[in-house]
Design a protein around this ligand. Structure first.
Ligand code: SAM
Ligand code: DTB
Ligand code: SF4
Length: 335
């Protein structure tokens, strides 16, 4: 069925089947990368969005996600602190903007959004980030319709809530909330008119079928999530998955390339785990579809490459990022 002179993946579809996705994931890598690049050049312009991440409320979460250092079920030693105040968060957003970020993502280690002062502060943070001229993203667990509307009215650009893995593998990883809970949360976000940021993790012990099944759920959402973070597990000491083996970087490239083919216009974010990827592996991810990275020395509880290293990497390969977006109006015709 695959013929490299006849590019078959050029449409936006919402009816992908697991079997087709498996075939894509299992293509010879060199062909998969080529197909993904065709799609990427057709729908995007090799512009990478720099998104900075900040943990507003760290640790003490009631969920049992077995990869996470912030769960009360983990024995990880993390710097837990009370929720940061609005002013401190906005100072951090401003600093990220000065480094060149144009999206600021804020995380709360919650099972679901807490009403009262913490939520009012969250709304203030969203407004403040938007006033800085940045996109604002929040990840804080489950939410109600009313909370989603309030976040939309505060100007929230996107809400991150990941499916993490396939419906079949999910219960090996989390037992305190269901896959359906996650889908319901995503629907609430969508209904409130907020962009959806929804992705997952590879390296949890899942197989290729699980990866296909996870991508099937995402790529059958209509519209596709505007943002799809693909994380590779950071095996944190003290978590249930501390002994998991680091995935091979070629698997990350496959996953990014497949996500690009299935969701041509989405921002595919090369997320956690970049410190374990060589410069060359990251370049291949960017070449075959990733168009965003987390930018800044820290993720939530783990480290990330430095601002300087990332800027150098992007400059070295000639990829345009954020501030230069407006100068990038050259449409690449490639087919
Ligand atoms: N509590 C909120 C929630 O779960 O939606 C927000 C924060 S949570 C840390 C956001 C996402 O980060 C998770 O869904 C997971 O996909 C990713 N993540 C967390 N820990 C990770 C790790 N050790 N390695 C890779 N990805 C991780
Ligand atoms: C996402 O998918 N990855 C980011 C963001 N969304 C919130 C979080 C990665 C966390 C990595 C582990 C840590 O730093 O604790
Ligand atoms: Fe809590 Fe989110 Fe960590 Fe799960 S991933 S334990 S919900 S902070």
């Amino acid at each position: 069925m695959f013929n490299s002179s006849n590019h078959i993946y050029s449409e936006i579809r919402f009816d992908w089947h697991k079997q087709e996705i498996l075939e894509i994931l299992n293509l010879p890598l060199i062909d998969l990368m080529w197909e993904a690049q065709i799609v990427h050049r057709k729908f995007n312009k090799y512009k990478v969005q720099l998104a900075s991440l900040y943990s507003v409320k760290t640790g003490g979460c009631e969920e049992d996600c077995s990869y996470c250092s912030q769960s009360i079920y983990s024995a990880s030693q993390i710097k837990s602190h009370p929720q940061f105040e609005v002013e401190a968060v906005l100072k951090r957003a401003k600093a990220a903007k000065e480094e060149g970020a144009d999206r600021f993502c804020m995380g709360w280690a919650w099972r679901e959004i807490r009403e009262g002062k913490p939520f009012n502060s969250m709304l203030e943070m969203v407004k403040g980030v938007r006033e800085l001229g940045m996109e604002a993203c929040v990840t804080a667990g489950m939410l109600t319709d009313d909370q989603a509307l309030k976040l939309a009215n505060a100007g929230l650009t996107a809400y991150n809530h990941n499916l993490d893995t396939s419906p079949e593998y999910y219960e090996n990883i989390i037992t305190t909330r269901t896959y359906q809970d996650r889908l319901d949360t995503i629907k609430r976000v969508r209904n409130a008119g907020i962009n959806v940021c929804c992705g997952g993790i590879i390296g949890l012990g899942e197989n290729q079928g699980d990866r296909a099944s996870f991508l099937e759920v995402l790529s059958n959402m209509n519209p596709h999530p505007e943002s799809v973070p693909i994380n590779s597990l950071v095996a944190i000491e003290g978590t249930g998955l501390e002994d998991n083996k680091q995935i091979d970087s070629l698997e990350m490239i496959r996953m990014i390339a497949a996500a690009r083919i299935l969701m041509p216009k989405s921002k595919i974010r090369l997320s956690a785990g970049r410190e374990s990827l060589t410069k060359e592996a990251q370049i291949l991810c960017l070449q075959c579809g990733a168009n965003s990275i987390f930018y800044g020395d820290e993720l939530l509880t783990t480290s990330n490459p430095s601002f300087q290293d990332d800027r150098k990497l992007l400059k070295d390969i000639g990829v345009i990022f954020n501030k230069d977006f407006e100068y990038c109006d050259k449409t690449v015709t490639y087919l």
